[in-house]
Every structure is written in structure tokens, then in C-alpha cells.
Design a protein around this ligand. Structure first.
Ligand SMILES: C[S@@+](CC[C@H](N)C(=O)[O-])C[C@H]1O[C@@H](n2cnc3c(N)ncnc32)[C@H](O)[C@@H]1O
Length: 277
């Protein structure tokens, strides 16, 4: 599997984690994206940063998947928009009809579209129709283009917009612009969900090792993480939080283990589901 850009390597890495705990993640297609090189990267990552990434990523995937399934079952003509979709498999893990839209950088989108077409053709994945949209979420021009397209696509449909594994990589100004765009394009009752890291994570030893690893391996500057708290979430205009949870609560919900009980041995991630007013 040849896609060498550093940004997307982390998108492969998280799929190895999902694939290792399919019992939690329920993502039986995650392993399709994993090459020998990704497995080696994963071994290196878990040895240097922390050993619980498979549990954490499994739980994150499961939480968003269950939230999406619930939404699709209860909505009429639902639309699911995954921004920074990477190599996630949500359309293939939901049975009910839904309009799927995935947004990511052009080279990721092109690569994903081609792989999926091949795997659907040879029966390794079930048939799904996904609109793939290449866009750089950091570009004001691309966001404008997305907004125009989504205003018509989401006008008559309840939508679920997901930002997974990406809020901490985007500048705060970009996040604000994206949330404003979501409020414009989503109709009342629609859902916006994402994961985030609280500023308290700044002193966490796992986070410090994570930053060092990402700087060395992916060239991501150690200073360049956007952290925010509940107050920030309550200030997002046009939305009401309907669920707020964290990785330790998800472990209690989905497993009998307590591997994640020590906050200094994990990446303490938070999750929020908001509803458009
Ligand atoms: C850590 S990966 C997470 C991928 C996926 N959401 C998941 O949870 O597995 C981050 C993703 O965001 C995408 N991404 C990063 N910067 C982006 C940008 N400026 N515009 C669009 N996508 C971006 C990357 O290509 C990658 O697929």
C-alpha cells in the first residue's frame, strides 16, 4: 500500500489499533488498510508512547459507531458527513440506508476511493455509495466550496457531522470556522460529534511522549496542538450538548476491564455529541 505522506500515516496507524480490538471497535474492515510497514510503526508507537492505543481507538470507534447507528435508525433520509475521514469504515458498518459523504485531503480521498472501488468489486467490502470530497479544511476557499455544496445536500435532511481524531491538529480559528459552517449547513435536530483533548493533558506523560513521537515520525510540531475544555464547547453557537463522555467511562460502558484507570498511563480523550438547536 503506497501512500507516503506523513499526515496520513497516523490514519493508517489508528486502523491497526481498531483492527487489533475488533471485539470493541466492531470495525472488521480496519485490517484491510494495514500493511507490514504500519504494523511495524504501530509496534514502535506502542513501545515508545503507551500500550493502550488499541483499547482507546476501539472504544472511540465503537462510541461514534453506536451514536451514528442510533441516529440513522431514528432519522428520515439521514446524511453522514465525515470530515477528515481517513480510512474509517463507518458506511460499511451501518446496515440502514444513509447518504454518506467523506471529506479529506485530495491524496487521501483519491487513494481511499480507488481502494474501496477495488474491494467492493472483489467482494471484500459490501456495496455502498459514498460521495468523496477532496478539501483542505484549513483553506478558507475550500471551506466556502464545501459550505455551498452542503447547503443544498443537507437542506432537507437531518445530518450527522463527525470530526474524529482531528480537532487537536487544527488551529482554533479553523475549528471556529468549521463549527460556524456546520451551524449554517445543518438543520435543527442534526448532530455534530467530535473528540477533543482538555488543556489538562499538557502535563500528561503519555501526551508528552505522543508529541515527541509525532514530531520525530510525522514532523508535527510539538507546540501545534489545539486543546480546549467544556467551556469552549458550550460557547459553540447554535448547538446544545446532548452527550459528554470520556475514554474511562467508555471502557466501563463497553468492557469488563479497567486498563485505562490511571489517567497518567493513557491519552485522556473526551467525546461530545451536540445537537443543532
Ligand atoms: C489522525 S487521522 C484520523 C482519521 C480518521 N478520522 C480516524 O479517526 O481514523 C487525521 C485525518 O485528518 C486528515 N486531515 C488532516 N488535516 C486535514 C486538513 N487540513 N483537511 C482535511 N483533512 C485533513 C488526514 O488526512 C487524516 O485522514
Amino acid at each position: 500500500m503506497k501512500i507516503q505522506r506523513t499526515l496520513s500515516e497516523s490514519a493508517f496507524l489508528v486502523n491497526e489499533s481498531r483492527a487489533r480490538r475488533v471485539d470493541i471497535s466492531q470495525d472488521r474492515y480496519a485490517q484491510l488498510w494495514v500493511s507490514k510497514a504500519t504494523r511495524e510503526l504501530w509496534d514502535n508507537f506502542t513501545a515508545k508512547v503507551y500500550p493502550y492505543d488499541a483499547v482507546e481507538l476501539g472504544l472511540r470507534n465503537r462510541f461514534f459507531l453506536d451514536t451514528l447507528r442510533l441516529f440513522v435508525r431514528s432519522a428520515k433520509n439521514p446524511v453522514f458527513v465525515n470530515m477528515g475521514a481517513g480510512f474509517t469504515s463507518y458506511p460499511f458498518l451501518v446496515e440502514e440506508p444513509c447518504h454518506y459523504i467523506e471529506v479529506d485531503l485530495e491524496y487521501v480521498i483519491d487513494f481511499k476511493r480507488k481502494q474501496i472501488e477495488t474491494w467492493i468489486k472483489n467482494g471484500r467490502m459490501p456495496k455502498r455509495t459514498i460521495d468523496f470530497i477532496p478539501a483542505d479544511l484549513c483553506s478558507a476557499g475550500d471551506r466556502k466550496r464545501l459550505q455551498t455544496r452542503f447547503i443544498s445536500a443537507l437542506a432537507d435532511a437531518p445530518s450527522f457531522i463527525l470530526l474524529e481524531g482531528i480537532t487537536y491538529y487544527l488551529d482554533e480559528a479553523v475549528l471556529h470556522a468549521l463549527f460556524e459552517m456546520c451551524a449554517v449547513i445543518q438543520r435543527p435536530g442534526s448532530v455534530l460529534a467530535f473528540d477533543y483533548w482538555d488543556p489538562m493533558i499538557a502535563e500528561n506523560p503519555v501526551f508528552l511522549r505522543f508529541k515527541k513521537f509525532c514530531a520525530e515520525r510525522f514532523g508535527h510540531k510539538e507546540t501545534h496542538y489545539t486543546l480546549f475544555n467544556e467551556e469552549f464547547i458550550h460557547e459553540i453557537q447554535g448547538y446544545t450538548p446532548v452527550e459528554q463522555t470520556d475514554i474511562q467511562k467508555l471502557e466501563q460502558r463497553y468492557t469488563d476491564s479497567d486498563l485505562l484507570k490511571n489517567s497518567f498511563e493513557i491519552l485522556p480523550e473526551n467525546y461530545v455529541v451536540l445537537q443543532r438547536k
